[in-house]
Design a protein around this ligand. Sequence first.
Ligand code: TRP
Length: 330
Amino acid sequence: MKNKRLIAVLAAIVVIIAGTLAYQSVSRGSKNQGTKTVKVGVLQYVTHEALDEIYRGIKDGLKKEGYSGDKIKIEFLNAEGDQSKVQTMSQTLVSHKNQLLIGIATPAAQGLASATKDIPIVMGAVTDPVGAKLVKDLKNPGGNITGVSDKTPIADQIDLIKELTPDVKTVGLLYSSSEDNSKSQVEEFKKLAEKKGYKVETYAVPSTNEIATTMNVLLSKVDAVWTPLDNTIASAFPTVVAAAKDANKPIYPSVDTMVSEGGLASVVVDQYDLGVATGKMAAKILKGEKAGDIPVQVFDEGTPVINKTVAQELGVTIPADLAKKAKSVN
Ligand code: TRP
């Protein structure tokens, strides 16, 4: 009788201990899953306001999809416009076992693409992903790369030049010879502008060092300057602005940040929105979708933006309907 009771007590104790252990392991398991941290590597090509804005958007896009705090660890590197740093930093991000990589601007995305064919890569604001040989087909990228493309509405930019400065006949295009993103924009601008009767002269600089001297030559030959979404020009834009101001000639850039820095006007895609879209796309991949299955998202609808201070300095009058729909900076 006594023995039976003892066995029952022992059995009860065993059941309680086993139950507690089982409960602990289950709760530990789910807790682990809840705090699982994803590792994301971000490579920015160079510092300029537009790319900084895109990176801010990327972090917010990831956050909106649940990747913030201890859910994500971002390793952020900036190559400061140095091509050899692009390469070493791309390899660093791969060797640190980041599970997803984001390249901000074309040269950064190209560096990452040559460093890995396995880890998924999201392009942040790459103007011409096909021309830059990053994907074969925007709708169906395949491989380990997808992302967001900022295709500025160049035809609208040319219409704006006509509307604001009808006397302009010759336009000088200033861009960097080393950026694939600029090549395709320059070709498109030239084609469309010549169709509208403009004379177009192209000036490619090898690096920021040649901008000042190139501007001197260019300004003696053209009535206005146009720059594409070019990282080299963007990172040294104050030099361009100073030269154009001395010559009293307008600059038409391709992004609002460069209009506020002293450009006259443009038709632009919102940089922060590009970043948010990039971050959200990265989140889709972190949740299990394959990069190659996600079509490249193209932003090609622009908003006009005008620098009123520069317009006044140049004696440019802004037509009333344009003033109404344009965003004004400064
Ligand atoms: N689209 C550019 C590229 O492909 C990057 C970029 C985004 C950019 N916004 C910009 C460059 C503004 C100059 C200015 O590399």
